[in-house]
Design a protein around this ligand. Structure first.
Ligand SMILES: C[S@@+](CC[C@H](N)C(=O)[O-])C[C@H]1O[C@@H](n2cnc3c(N)ncnc32)[C@H](O)[C@@H]1O
Length: 317
């Protein structure tokens, strides 16, 4: 009771008048004291759900401009507010495979949408055709969202689309998104860098698209950094072997996270020596991200990881 009267003294008379029930008064008081959060903790140790303020998503979406927008890693709540607004405003949306249904559900009925991802058993739409489609839609005077999984600037071939738009004189704007590396680390309850573990962070495509077909393993086999391999599910054995051959110890930590941020997130945690065998015994689906580095050791003790019942955790030694 004393706590409640102390809180009442902090409220304006108007807020007090609007509080019709004691419970409503408590909620209003706590949201005023703590800022407008979704959940605030009462002095009595209970969590209280507070109705979030309504967000007004207001801003321009220009005709004839192409917005290259990151859709985030799957969970619709990881979409930026700007991405959500543009999806609702744009007259045409061009999207690919790793964009979730919940995100697509934000596109109003009747707005044009074009799927340019890989169909089952088929190749993706060639990059030149995607560029031509974006140019065509913009030249028709439409506002266009080019929606890509994660962050459009991380292994998303955004550079080629920017070049096509620049060549055609079409205006473009980039809206970043949450990349799979951030979502996977968060989903497993660990940071990507840490003063005690990794002073560097490197994003690598596992598609070995360099001319000689091999990454520079000697350069990658370092103990002071976190290595993130995108598109590497079929390359786990090669990655583990390459890093071990170049000096990383057999028990060096590695983690695989599939469908990061989605309800079906699944993971394997192990070492460079045992991961190929673990993956063969418990195959993971695509999309899957590979994290190598001593930050992975933090999964074992992370309170955020413990909340994830889906994580299959067998910490490396
Ligand atoms: C073509 S890259 C696109 C990356 C994307 N632009 C990003 O920033 O996350 C596709 C790869 O990203 C990774 N990926 C994307 N979404 C993922 C998710 N939800 N969980 C795990 N890995 C994901 C996988 O390695 C997949 O093969």
């Amino acid at each position: 009771m004393r706590a409640l009267s102390q809180l009442k003294s902090l409220l304006s008379p108007e807020l007090l008048r609007r509080a019709q029930r004691p419970r409503a008064l408590g909620q209003a008081a706590f949201s005023r004291l703590h800022g407008l959060g979704h959940i605030v903790r009462s002095p009595f140790g209970r969590s209280t759900r507070v109705k979030a303020p309504t967000l007004t998503l207001d801003g321009e979406c220009r005709a004839g401009r192409v917005y290259l927008v990151g859709a985030g890693s799957g969970d619709v709540e990881l979409l930026t507010l700007k991405a959500a607004r543009l999806l609702q405003q744009a007259e045409a949306v061009v999207y690919d495979r790793l964009v979730g249904d919940d995100v697509l559900a934000l596109i109003p009925a009747g707005h044009e949408r074009y799927y340019v991802g890989k169909a089952r058993g088929h190749h993706s739409v060639p990059q030149a055709e995607i560029g031509a489609l974006l140019v065509k839609l913009a030249r028709e005077g439409k506002s266009v969202v080019r929606l890509k999984g994660g962050d459009p600037g991380v292994f998303g071939r955004m550079g080629e689309e920017l070049a096509a738009l620049a060549e055609a004189g079409v205006e473009a704007e980039i809206v970043p998104g949450i990349t799979a590396a951030s979502a996977a680390a968060a989903g497993m309850g660990i940071p990507l860098t840490d003063r005690a573990h990794a002073q560097q962070l490197r994003f690598v495509t596992a598609q070995l698209c360099r001319k000689d077909g091999e990454p520079d393993w000697a350069e990658l086999a370092r103990q002071d950094e976190t290595l993130i391999f995108y598109m590497g599910l079929t390359k786990v054995e090669a990655i583990c072997a390459g890093l071990r051959r170049n000096g990383l110890p057999d028990d060096w930590p590695i983690m695989l996270v599939a469908n990061a941020s989605l309800p079906e997130q699944a993971s394997l945690v192990g070492s460079l020596a045992d991961m190929p065998e673990k993956l063969a015994a418990s195959p993971l689906p695509s999309p899957c991200l590979i994290v190598v580095g001593s930050v992975v050791r933090m999964v074992a003790t992370s309170p955020a990881a413990a909340q994830s019942a889906r994580a299959e955790i067998s910490p490396p030694r």
